[in-house]
Design a binder for this molecule. Structure first.
Ligand code: AMP
Ligand code: MN
Ligand code: MN
Length: 322
């Protein structure tokens, strides 16, 4: 984090009358947690501050427990702000319906940890070593002269917990754990947050996990494993689209698999979630298919059918196996 970048953001915030905070489409715990943390922290600035969704009308029910989740607005219902802060996305495309607001803002800031950014924005604070944007905000919020209270700590803990896979993926650093400890000191309740995110699923979501597990398919001698769910599965189990967020984690439980993926098939096409458990760079593969993400967690959307996707994706992944 450059001191000069933070100073420029602080200056923009000091004169702002309206501030929008937003993150990527299909938001995860880092997207929602970071957005609401910064939204809370900015309340003391005196500006009108709004968290804005990149798509849809409400944030995922999983994160409705977070303080401030009912403050979310649809992008179309908000006028262009003085300052727009984009979190957990490296570009405008991932901002969905909020991209137009970002473009129209007087001052545009990106705070992100993805490796595949373009150079849009007046200030870009990018740290690809951070496991979550929530980690970055733990430093940036105080550097902006704002404070980390219990609500902010709860949101940031959720962000770091989810992006590190409950402090277990390869991105979990000593810093991740130190920040988590500090957030608990600031009032975050790990077991309450854990229960809300991972043990408050609907019956439909669990039935969908059952379907996902029952379809696990191996390739490359077991080094690649995948599964899929369709819109029909959602309708038949009663699971919501947003309840597919962590479904790919079910596949990664398989021993011997270095790369796993989940295909979510809908009328819009095949949304693919790629995960590398070890050294493989699945982000490079996602970019070849027009998507993006990190080395260990990436995604893209494919417009053909599932068989056509598997024909090209499995060999492409086999090439990057460790
Ligand atoms: P997901 O599989 O949706 O949880 O996404 C895993 C990672 O890949 C996240 O960092 C996403 O921001 C990124 N990602 C997923 N889909 C896309 C996409 N279509 N374009 C760019 N990045 C993506
Ligand atoms: Mn994210
Ligand atoms: Mn993230």
């Amino acid at each position: 984090m450059g001191a000069d970048d933070v100073r420029r953001v602080a200056e923009a915030l000091a004169s702002a009358r309206s501030i929008v905070v937003a993150s990527h489409v299909d938001p995860d715990g880092d997207a929602i947690g970071s957005t609401l943390a910064l939204w809370h922290a900015l309340q003391t600035t005196g500006a009108t501050v709004l968290p804005v969704l990149a798509r849809g009308t409400t944030p995922p029910a999983t994160y409705a427990f977070l303080p401030g989740s009912s403050a979310y607005r649809q992008a179309g219902a908000v006028p262009p702000p003085d300052v727009f802060i984009a979190l957990d996305t490296p570009n405008l495309a991932r901002l969905g319906e909020a991209a137009e607001l970002a473009r129209a803002a007087s001052f545009l800031v990106f705070i992100d940890h993805h490796p595949d950014g373009d150079d849009v924005g007046h200030v870009r604070i990018i740290d690809t070593a951070a496991a979550a944007v929530g980690e970055m905000l733990f430093d940036i919020i105080p550097a902006l002269g704002l404070s980390v209270d219990k609500a902010v700590a709860t949101c940031l803990f959720t962000a770091v917990m989810t992006d590190t896979g409950r402090f277990s993926y390869g991105n979990t650093s000593p810093r991740s754990l130190e920040i988590a400890a500090d957030l608990v000191r600031h009032g975050a309740d790990p077991s309450a947050i854990f229960r809300a995110v991972y043990e408050s699923r609907s019956p439909g979501a669990l039935r969908l996990i059952g379907r996902t597990l029952s379809r696990i398919t191996l390739a490359a001698g077991g080094a690649i494993a995948y599964s899929w769910v369709t819109d029909d599965d959602l309708a038949e189990t009663g699971a919501l689209p947003e309840e597919t967020e962590n479904l790919v984690d079910q596949v990664r439980a398989l021993g011997g698999a270095d790369i796993v993926f989940l295909v979510k098939e809908s009328a819009e096409g095949q949304r693919v979630s790629l995960r590398a458990k070890g050294a493989a760079d699945v982000g490079s593969v996602a970019r070849r298919f027009g998507g993006g993400g990190h080395a260990a967690a990436a995604g893209f959307t494919f417009s053909g059918d599932r068989a056509a996707l598997l024909d090209v994706l499995v060999p492409a992944l086999a090439e990057v196996l460790p």
